[in-house]
Every structure is written in C-alpha cells, then in structure tokens.
Design a protein around this ligand. Sequence first.
Ligand code: ADP
Ligand code: MG
Length: 299
Amino acid sequence: ATPTALMVGTGRGAQLGILIKGPEVLESTRRVDTVVLDKTGTVTTGHMDLHEVYATDATDEKELLRLAAALEHASEHPVARAVTAGAARRLGLETGALPAPRDFENVPGSGVRGTVAGHTLLAGHARFLADAGVTGLDELTAARERAEAAGRTAVLVAWDGVARGLLTVADTVKAEGPDAVRALRDLGLAPVLLTGDNRAVAQSVAEAVGIAPDAVYAEVLPEDKADVVRRLQGEGRVVAMVGDGVNDAAALATADLGLAMGTGTDAAIEAGDLTLVRGDLRVAADAIRLARRTLATIK
Ligand code: ADP
Ligand code: MG
C-alpha cells in the first residue's frame, strides 16, 4: 500500500465526516463481511422518552416517580435520563430539586441502586431485581410484558426489598436507519444487531431497519458484547463493530474494524479505529466503501 493513496483516503474521509486514526486502518476494512450494530445510540437516537408509569396497589404513584427520579438522576444512562426527566416533568419538579442518593452504585447492563429518603432502592430490568432477591415482582409481570411487546423498555423499581412499580421508556429508530442498513447490504455486508436491552425491543428495532430476526443478539451483558464479536470471528467472519457507549468499548477494540459514533462516549471513540463524526449511521457504509476504493486504487 502506498502511503500517498492512503493519505488521500484519509483526506476524503474527513470530507465525509469520518475521522481515521491512522491511514493503516483502511487496510483492515478490506475483508470485512459482517457489521455488528449496537442498538441504543447507534441504530436508535438514544434519546428516550418516559411513556407509562405503573404503581403496585400498595404504592403511591407520586412517591414511585420521586424516588425513581432521584435515584436515576445519578446515572448518565439514556434510560436513566428518560426516567429522571419524565418523572420530574410529571411531578412538576426541577431535576435539580431531587435529593441526591447515598451509596449510589451503577450496575452496567442491569440498573442502579442507592439510598433515597431512607429507602434502599433498586431500578433496572427484571433479572437484576430478581437476582437481588426482590419480592412481589409477579405483580409487575403483566405490565412489563405489555410494555416489552410494544417495543418499550421497562424499568422496574423496588425499595426495601419489595417491587413497587415500573416506568416504561422508549427510543426512536434513527430516520436514516433503514437506508443505512440497506447500504451495508448493498456492499455485501451482513448486518447484526447487538444490545443489552430485552429481546422484544431488540426485535422491533431490527424489524424497523431490516435486520433479520436470527441476526439479533439481545440481553447481552456489557462484558459479553466482545464475546459476541469473538464468536462471529470464530465462524470465520471479519467483523466491523459500530457503537457509541462505554459498554461498546471492548467490542469495538475486539472487532477487526471499530467504528465509533462521534455523538457517543469518549470511551467508544478511544476504542474505535474510525469515528463517524456526525453520528449518521449511513456513514458506516461510506467508510467501508471509501476504504475499498482507496485500496483498489493502490492495487
Ligand atoms: P444497550 O446495549 O442497549 O446500550 P445496556 O447494556 O446499557 O443497553 O443496558 C441493558 C439494560 O439494562 C437496559 O435495557 C435496561 O433494561 C437496564 N439498565 C441499564 N442501565 C439502567 C439504568 N440506569 N436504569 C434502569 N435500567 C437500566
Ligand atoms: Mg449504545
């Protein structure tokens, strides 16, 4: 590969909104045949909204909103932001007026815990609360399944060991999502969706952008995302990974080519080989096309 042609590729990349770590990065895109897409913030906007609030019979809905909002205020996760903003709006409160939790802990891929107003709180998915020994989860099952069937994520809330209710949040698929996936297919690449979110949500996003149901990996813990990439590589595939989150950093580094969303976290950008500056998913295909052209020029 001649350095000059690679440098030209790098310059053209900048025009397209692609930042390339080094010209040699283009080499690794040549044989890519599979593109793993993170869901939240990559295929979807990552700006979630609060939809329903469901309190158990014994729970005051306002208290549920207030405690959940206060706990999630300590987290930066898109789910947490939606809970805090939506709950505060419904309560007519400024988020700044929420009490700060004590003993706060973020459990990546699962939820959050902490103490608010003397109560020991947990908020997260059903498995997280069940594993923590929370009782009364059965009372939330119907509401949770309804939410998930509608393509939403249910945030279950418990305090003092008892399930108290749930809040449902949802994200929007990026407008360019279907075009972006089509452009990848046109390049002969197989798209795969990877997420820590529940299967029903993952399938509805996959369907919206045209990814096959059998190419969806859901409910994957952050530490296992890189394993999915390794498993695909073990099948002989050459894998590009597109992601934005702290959770995606290991998978981005493991992939043969890591593409980070410029709108994402610093951890993802550092782990990636390329950055899609504007966060436009269509540019993933542009990046791979550019690399192939640049290398064809060299041959
Ligand atoms: P993704 O792969 O979609 O970025 P994560 O791995 O960050 O998702 O999270 C997986 C799931 O864990 C979320 O869909 C949600 O159910 C739960 N979760 C993570 N963080 C939080 C939080 N702060 N509050 C509530 N639930 C959370
Ligand atoms: Mg993400």
